[in-house]
Design a protein around this ligand. Structure first.
Ligand code: NI
Length: 155
């Protein structure tokens, strides 16, 4: 009798554990740090900070982060050895200097800098962008310097 109860309990626990695991996989418990299932209103988020060259994380997609940044002036030449980096211009205009040409982006334009390619963002006037790149990417790559921003700044 006791043995039957233990077997029944084990089976029931196993089913429940599997059930909760499926719920987690469905997304109820797996949002990234700082995320909720609310709509993320980029225009509102952009008003929550004003400093330049200091990306703020607004969402994650698996291991990728969506970061907002205000840019003005010249950044530093740098590269990201192991990852591509996407720039989507939300407001204003941005130039991305490459060693052999200049990419000019206006509002609504998207450009992906390939991994390992040296680039230097230049914003003649203040602009706002959405960056998409893997978690842990440093904004200045290996170049370092005073424009290196802390990672994982959620808003
Ligand atoms: Ni970069």
């Amino acid at each position: 009798m006791v043995l039957a109860f233990l077997i029944l309990a084990a089976v029931k626990f196993g089913v429940c554990a599997g059930h909760y695991k499926r719920l987690a996989v469905c997304g109820l418990a797996t949002y990234g740090q700082g995320m909720s299932n609310d709509v993320i209103r980029l225009r509102d988020k952009l008003k929550q900070f004003s400093d330049c060259w200091s990306p703020r994380v607004v969402a994650e997609l698996n291991d990728y982060q969506f970061k907002l940044a205000h840019l003005e002036g010249e950044f530093v030449w740098h590269a990201h050895a192991h990852t591509d980096e996407a720039f989507l211009v939300l407001a204003g205009a941005l130039q991305i200097e490459l060693r052999d040409r200049v990419i000019t982006l206006e509002e609504g334009d998207l450009y992906v800098v390939p991994a390992g390619l040296e680039h230097r963002p230049v914003a003649p006037a203040r602009c706002s962008v959405l960056l998409i790149e893997p978690r842990g990417v440093v904004n200045t790559g290996a170049a370092g310097g005073k424009l290196t921003a802390p990672g994982d700044q959620w808003i």
